[in-house]
Design a protein around this ligand. Structure first.
Ligand code: CO
Length: 132
């Protein structure tokens, strides 16, 4: 069912520092920081040949990243995102298989429909499925 790895999202305590690390030390193509207030994050996008890395930093009071950074003060992998053809079919399959879908289908950071799956069902990893 899942296709390509769309992105790996990494929560970071200092966005400029993390962007510089990828730009200068790793020599990657790094975007300017982009605020996404509707998602409670500021994001730096890193384009790799085969996938993307998203550096996430909390934005606003109710950021979903804030708690994660409290537990992981140096940052860490927050979620991985796999592409699917049909988000409704994917959500239905997850529920049928007894996997916990967090919330409803919503429009994600790339303007495409996404769902999130609980880490307890996926080896401790928060999984995002995105309709490609
Ligand atoms: Co994501």
């Amino acid at each position: 069912m899942i296709g390509k790895l769309n992105h790996v999202a990494i929560a970071v305590p200092d966005l400029d520092e993390a962007a510089a690390l990828y730009r200068q030390t790793l020599g990657a193509q790094v975007s300017d920081p982009k605020p996404q207030p509707e998602h409670g994050v500021k994001v730096v996008f890193i384009e790799l040949e085969n996938t993307k890395i998203e550096l996430l930093h909390p934005l606003g009071d109710k950021s979903p990243i804030a708690g994660f950074l409290e537990k992981n003060p140096t940052g860490g992998i927050h979620h991985v995102c796999y592409e699917v053809d049909d988000i409704h079919a994917a959500a239905a399959k997850m529920k049928l298989d007894g996997k916990k879908v967090l919330g409803d289908i919503k429009i994600g950071a790339h303007g495409k429909p996404v769902i999130f799956l609980h880490p307890k069902d996926f080896n401790g990893t928060l999984v995002e499925l995105e309709q490609a």
